[in-house]
Design a protein around this ligand. Sequence first.
Ligand SMILES: Cc1ncc(C[n+]2csc(CCOP(=O)(O)OP(=O)(O)O)c2C)c(N)n1
Ligand SMILES: CC(=O)[C@@H](O)[C@H](O)COP(=O)(O)O
Ligand SMILES: [Mg+2]
Length: 635
Amino acid sequence: MSDKPLTPTLDRIDLPSDLNGLSDGQLRALADELRAETISAVSETGGHLGAGLGVVELTVALHAVFDAPKDKIIWDVSHQCYPHKILTGRRDRIRTLRQKDGLSGFTKRSESAYDPFGAAHSSTSISAALGFAVARDLGGEGGDAIAVIGDGAMSAGMAYEALNNAGHLKKRLIVILNDNEMSIAPPVGAMSSYLSRLYAGAPFQELKAAAKGAVSFLPEPLQEGAKRARDVLKHMTVGGTLFEELGFSYLGPIDGHDMEQLLTVLRTVKTRATGPILIHAITKKGKGYAENRPDRGHATGKFNVVTGEQAKAVSNAPSYTSVFAESLIKHAAQDDKIVAVTAAMPDGTGLDRFMQRFASRCFDVGIAEQHAVTFCAGMAAGGLKPFCALYSTFLQRGYDQVVHDVAIQRLPVRFAIDRAGLVGADGATHAGAFDVAFLANLPGFVVMAAADEAELTRMVATAVAHDEGPIAFRFPRGEGVGVERPEAAEPLEIGKGRMIRDGSKVAILSFGTRLQEVEAACEALAAKGITPTVADARFAKPLDRELILKLARDHEALITIEEGAIGGFGSHVAQLLAEEGVFDQGLKYRSMVLPDTFIDQASPKDMYATAGMNAEQIEAKVLETLGVDLVGKRA
Ligand SMILES: Cc1ncc(C[n+]2csc(CCOP(=O)(O)OP(=O)(O)O)c2C)c(N)n1
Ligand SMILES: CC(=O)[C@@H](O)[C@H](O)COP(=O)(O)O
Ligand SMILES: [Mg+2]
C-alpha cells in the first residue's frame, strides 16, 4: 500500500482555475488534503515545512478568490510556497523540490507564470507588489497585487520603506500579514511585541462569529455583495493601528486557518478595496504536523511521516558554524569587550550558544542586516569588539553600511561570514558567491578564508586581536574536514599565507576550503608524475605578495582557486602579477572561480561540479595549463 495520502479533491486540481466549481466545504476539504500532500512531499525531499503548513488555508483561499496568474500573488521569502506550487501545476514535480534539476524551494519566475516574483531573501514582497500595482495602473498587465509577508519578515526596514511608499501612492494593493509569532527562532523586537498586542486585544471569537454569520447569508457571496461585506469589514476594522497611520486600511486580526473567515474577508476585499489594505491573519507555523517543534518545523531533513524521525547525516567532524561559535565563546570568556550580533539567525550562525553564555553581550536584531552592520559599527566606535555574524548572501543587504559606516571610518568590526560558497539545496539565492569581491576592493579591509576548521579557529583569534580596522573571515556551510584544532589558537600574521607542499612546474594557490579538493587533485596528479606546489593564501586582502611572487617566479604556471565569483581573490592576484610585470616573463596564470552564471540548487558537490571546481576538474586544469594530455604526456 502506498504511504501517500488519499487526496480525492486535490486529485481534481491541476491549476487554480480548477477551484472555481468547488463549494466552500470542498475548499476546506482541499486544504486538509493539501496539508497532507505537503507533509508527504517534504518527508521525501526535506525543506522548509513549517511555513508552508501555516499558510495552507490561506493558499487555497487566495487561489479560490483571486485569479492567478493575472492577479499577482507574491510570497515573501517564499519558503512557504510549496502548497502554492502544488496548486499551480507543479504537483507532479513536487517531490523533486530543492534537488538537482528539480523544483526550486522558492518562487521563481522562470519556473512558472504563477510565480510572478522570485524571492528567498526576506521582506521584498510589498515593494514588488507595489511595483505590479503601479505597472497595472499605468496600463501594464495584471490584476490585483497581493503580498503575503510573515511577522519575521516584518522586522526588516525594507518592508516599512514599501508601506511608507504604498500609503502615499494610495494604489489598490493587498498586503496579508501572516503572523505566526515565529521567525526561524522566536521573533524579537518592539514590532513583534506590537503585533502581539494588536491581536491579544482583539475580539477573535466575535470576529469569527461575524464572518460566519455573513457567510450563512451568502450562498454566492460575490453576487450578494455589498451589505454583508460592509458588516464584516465594520466588525473587523480596528482603528488606530500603525498600518492605518501609514495609509493602509487594516483588517483583522482574522484566524488564518478558518476557511470561512478567510474566504469572506478575501472576497470582501476583492470586491471593495480601493486603496492599500492590510489583512492581519493569525496562523500557526507547522500547523497540523510540526506545531510542537521549538522552531515549529522551519526546515527539516527527510523524515518519517509517522514517527517524525529525521534522517541524519553522519559526520565525525564538527560544523564550521559550531567551530566558530566555540572559538568565539572561548575568547569572550577572556575578553569582555567581545560582543556578537545576529540578524534573526541565532541557530544558523551558532550564536544561540554564545547567547546562552553571554546574554547581555549578544544581540539578535531581527531580519535587519543593514542595521546589524551599522549597529556593530557604533559598538566598535564605542570601544567594543563586535562580531557581526551573517551568512554571506545576507551580508549583501548591508553593503552600503559596510562601505559607508564601517570601512570609510576604519572601524574594527569583525565579520564572521558563514555559508560562504555554494550552499546546496537553497540554490542560487543563497550562494555565498560575492563577499570576497565586494569586501576585498574596500580600502583597509582584511579579508580571510578558512581552509579547514583549525584555520577557522586561528582566524577567529586573528579577528579578536585586530583592532586597526575592519576584518572578515569566511567559512562554508556544513562539516569541517576533521582536522585537529589548536587548543589556544594564535593570531595569524596579517597578510601571510602558508606553504602546504613543495613541488615543481605548477603552483596552486588556494583561498578557502577548496584546499581539500586541491590536495585530492594532487594525489591523482602524482600518479601521472606531476607534483604541484600547493599554498594556502589565507588572505585575499592584504595579499601575501612575497609568497605569490615567489610562486610565480619558481613555476611555469600558477593557478588560483576560490569559492567565489569573478572579481575576488584571483582578480587581486592577477592585478598584482600584471603590475609586477610577471606576465611579461611568460607565466601561465589561470584563475578558478565560480562561473559567471547563477547555479541552481543541487548538492554542494554537484554545484561545484557545475562550477568546474572539484578535484577532477582541478586536475584537468593543471594538465591543460601545462599542455599535458590526460595520461601525463606533454602535447
Ligand atoms: C534578508 C534575509 N535575512 C535572513 C533570512 C533568513 N530567513 C528565512 S525565513 C526567516 C524567518 C521569516 O519569518 P517569517 O517572515 O515570520 O516567516 P515564517 O517562517 O514564520 O512563516 C529568516 C530569518 C532571509 N531569508 N532573508
Ligand atoms: C529560507 C532561508 O533563508 C533560511 O531558512 C535558509 O534556508 C537557512 O539556511 P541554512 O539551512 O543554511 O541555515
Ligand atoms: Mg513568522
